[in-house]
Design a protein around this ligand. Structure first.
Ligand code: PRP
Length: 531
């Protein structure tokens, strides 16, 4: 009987294709059990994506864990001899907490690891296999490549203290130019240092051309060594035309990767499908002198490819920039700004109840969404870009790029209380708020214990009725506080509307999104000059 391969789900087909690819490249399948000694994760916590692991006691009393990661187990067990490179691939399930579903998720991973004497040829092979893995999946794809050595080389050359690095890396990862500059200045880098760090954001684009600029920008031998490694990959990656990009802001899990770092996107998927890099430090914990490089393919992401195309996409076919516009005053301001630079629509959305309006000639489509949902639409890729208040963005903790501070809708996040309020340190503060995560993070930074009362609006009522001691809320003019007998206790977060982008969309629609950003920046600068 012939097998009808069309009955396979995209992820099953992918797993056959990848297996054939890795076998043909001379890699051996590495099979392992579902469980691992919990101690391995306790000792190597910094190499895990999350400290939360499912544990259980085995029949002999040992504490075991359901594997949250495969690489650690391979690094532990593989014992390459001096000068030898072990080449493995695996197909396993791992178990990780999911912030979205507030529970653990089973994640199907297929991956590849080279451990031992990883030389230039080995790195070239792995990078080529990463590119070919994406190509096997028969859709448009992008592979973004960065280098931790380049990034750390720059931080070292600028004398950035280690305490300031996590924050700077976080801002780089979000491509957040405005906050990167502020964080650099706060870290004592001075104008020249802040400028150099911000210039990294421009080192993103076509491989050859970006590499040339990255070479010019080198300030240390470590940066030059990183460029040399990237240069050695140029020829093998050139065959993949525009699909391979260089992005020197890529900063993965800090302690995991130390050299090359990369991630791959597939058209139609909002999150990276492939993530990998060089992780010598982890390999050396188990085998002195060893090097390692590898990647994982998150097969479950492919489930989405099996879903039918949404009606809004079916209708047009051509490539639009999809914008999540918050309904209301802020959205109207931003729309006017965009319409002023050529992104208006013939139809007035305020005159209808329509939730989608578009201008095919300008390649633009707006989705009218509740302000608090903008970041969700963008993170999940239902919209490519969006405009959202910094309050909502921080509260959602969305994994998106924050490309521009529009300066519109300025206000601030405050703790406020009745005029005669005095903190009573003998008990937790009762805090009423819509912004639970922001309030928790703020009080945690003070080391103050709190009791949260989550409300959805009219927050100012809570202390008036004795429901809470204080509120954490946004203050714009201060009128609501004043008219309800409340005062600001502390202001702790400036807020304004930010232009955000889905990470995959930014990769696939890079020229279009950058063109829109440039026009927005120019228009905002012009308005500022007039004032
Ligand atoms: C916001 C905020 C304050 C008010 C502050 O409420 O929660 O109540 O605006 O503005 P002001 O300082 O200019 O007085 P919003 O209008 O969003 O309504 P809400 O009560 O539903 O939160």
């Amino acid at each position: 009987m012939e097998f009808d391969l069309s009955i396979l789900q995209p992820k099953e087909r992918a797993s056959f294709g990848l297996r054939a690819l890795y076998e043909a490249a001379g890699c051996r399948k590495y099979h392992m059990g579902r469980f691992e000694e919990y101690g391995l994760y306790q000792e190597n916590r910094s190499f895990l994506p999350s400290e939360q692991v499912i544990t259980f006691t085995d029949l002999d009393g040992r504490l075991l864990a359901l594997k949250p990661d495969v690489t650690l187990s391979i690094a532990k067990t593989a014992q390459p001899e001096k000068g030898q490179t072990l080449k493995y691939y695996y197909s396993e399930n791992v178990y990780r907490p999911s912030a979205e579903s507030h529970t653990f998720k089973e994640i199907a991973q297929m991956g590849l690891e080279y451990i031992g004497a990883v030389d230039e040829a080995g790195m070239r092979q792995v990078m080529e296999l990463a590119a070919r893995s994406l190509e096997t999946l028969e859709s448009g794809w992008v592979l973004e490549i960065g280098h931790m050595g380049y990034l750390f080389g720059l931080l070292d050359a600028l004398g950035v203290p280690s305490s300031a690095r996590p924050r700077l890396l976080e801002k780089l990862r979000a491509r957040n130019a405005h906050e990167l500059r502020a964080a650099a200045l706060a870290a004592g880098l001075g104008e020249a240092g802040a400028f150099a760090l911000s210039a990294l954001l421009a080192l993103s684009g076509g491989y050859a051309e970006t590499l040339r600029r990255a070479e010019e920008f080198c300030r240390s031998d470590a940066m030059r060594a990183a460029v040399a490694e990237l240069r050695a990959l140029e020829e093998v990656l050139a065959g993949y035309k525009g699909a391979v990009r260089l992005d020197l802001t890529l900063a993965g899990e800090m302690e995991y990767y130390n050299g090359l770092i990369f991630r791959g996107y597939l058209k139609g998927l909002p999150r990276p499908l492939l993530k990998g890099g060089r992780y010598d430090l982890l390999a050396q914990k188990f085998t002195p002198g060893a090097g390692a490089i590898g990647f994982a393919v998150y097969l479950d992401e492919l489930d989405r490819l099996g879903a039918p195309t949404p009606p809004v996409e079916r209708k047009s076919g051509s490539s639009f920039i999809n914008i999540a516009l918050p309904k209301g005053r802020l959205g109207d301001k931003v729309y006017n700004l965009l319409a002023g630079v050529g992104y208006g629509c013939p139809e007035d959305y305020n005159a209808t109840r329509k939730l989608v309006v578009e201008n095919p000639a300008a390649g633009i489509r707006y989705f009218l969404v509740k302000p608090s949902d903008v970041a969700i639409y963008v993170e999940h890729g239902a919209a490519d870009v969006g405009i959202v208040g910094k309050d909502i963005l921080n509260e959602a903790g969305a994994d998106v790029y924050e490309l521009l501070d529009t300066g519109l809708g300025r206000c601030r996040m405050c703790v406020a209380a009745p005029a005669d309020y005095q903190d009573d340190p003998s008990r937790p503060v009762r805090v009423a708020t819509k912004f639970v995560n922001i309030a928790k993070a703020y009080y945690a930074s003070l080391g103050r214990d709190i009791e949260i009362i989550k409300l959805n609006g009219s927050i100012e009522l809570a202390p008036i009725l004795g429901l809470s001691d204080v509120i954490v809320d946004i203050v714009e003019t201060g009128t609501t506080l004043r008219e309800n007998g409340l005062k600001v206790v502390t202001e702790f977060m400036p807020i304004s509307a930010r232009f955000i982008a889905n990470k995959a969309s930014y990769s696939f629609k890079h020229p279009e999104i950058e063109a829109m950003l440039a026009k927005l920046r120019a228009s905002l600068a012009e308005q500022e000059e007039k004032q």
